[in-house]
Design a protein around this ligand. Structure first.
Ligand code: CO
Length: 297
């Protein structure tokens, strides 16, 4: 008889495999002139066709946009030659998430070393990750690896532990040296995600994005409650996209804005570096094992 832990591991492995396939599909379909909206929808469809669900809307970060941008009907960014594009995808099986990302350059090779810096930092972190490894030592390694080739780590973005229905389960894995003495423990599932940048090394929130998360329950008009309950049913506690809600209610855009005003949901601001800079990201989800870690994505 498989133990409960085996069943959980199996779900993480399935989610991870599907997230990896979705990431690879996404990266291989970024083309000059292509629509980011069509690409995000195709990636999300692949996740669902494979029998998983999205753990968050596909994030497509172009150039100085580091995180939390997902295309929408009103904001469908087109890829241009020379862009660098981060495809960050999350899939879950029964609430167990896999989170992974990769960066690709559109038609040019001007940023190979920037992209390689994030990839290399991730690779070294995976080699280091085992029970007892401090998150601070991982952050220091990320920073050293990226600085050694002339770029900066993004200091206010971090990796994160994950749990069922939870993308941020308490532990952060920084991209710089910190005083945090927390360490990895056997059985933890963590997303490690170094960001390298040609900019300032810090991201700031810019404008309202179209990714949302439920923050608290409260009494609200019936049409709001009805959309909220459908959102919970469809997406659980995971972040969701405005464009996913259109099929739940024809008036979803207005209702979502109402829910924001009532403090029931929050929208993630798009996180950007300084204009004209370039940010690369590499990310895998791993499970910490007795001897090291197992890459799930
Ligand atoms: Co992540």
């Amino acid at each position: 008889m498989p133990s409960a832990d085996d069943a959980v591991l199996e779900k993480y492995i399935r989610a991870g495999n599907i997230a990896r396939e979705a990431r690879e599909f996404g990266v291989s379909h970024v083309v000059a002139g292509g629509s980011s909206l069509q690409l995000a929808e195709a990636i999300e469809k692949l996740i669902i066709d494979r029998g998983a669900k999205c753990a968050f809307p596909v994030n497509i970060g172009v150039n100085e946009v580091a995180a939390h941008y997902t295309p929408s009907k009103d904001n469908d960014l087109k890829f241009r030659m020379g862009d660098i594009v981060k495809i960050d995808v999350g899939a879950h099986v029964d609430g167990y998430p896999g989170d992974t990302s990769s960066t690709v350059e559109v038609g040019t090779r001007n940023h190979t070393s920037l992209i390689q810096a994030a990839n290399e930092a991730l690779k070294i972190c995976i080699e280091m990750a085992s029970p007892g490894t401090t998150v601070s030592s991982m952050g220091a390694t990320v920073a050293r690896t990226i600085r050694s080739v002339g770029f900066k780590p993004v200091q206010n973005l971090t990796g994160h532990s994950m749990d069922r229905w939870n993308l941020h389960a308490g532990l952060s894995i920084p991209n710089i040296e910190t005083k945090d003495r927390s360490s990895l423990e056997e059985g933890m599932v963590v997303a490690i995600e170094p960001f390298s940048t040609t900019g300032s090394g810090k991201v700031v929130g810019k404008g309202r994005g179209s990714i949302f998360r439920i923050v608290r329950d409260r009494r609200a008009p019936p049409e709001v409650m009805s959309l909220l309950s459908r959102v919970k049913q469809e997406f659980g506690q995971f972040p969701f996209a405005a464009r996913w809600c259109e099929r739940l209610d024809p008036d979803s855009d207005a209702l979502l804005q109402k829910m924001v005003r009532l403090g029931m949901i929050m929208s993630y601001p798009v996180l950007v570096e300084v204009p004209g800079s370039f940010v690369a990201q590499a990310e895998h989800s791993v499970m910490i094992t007795s001897k090291g870690c197992k890459v799930l994505t």
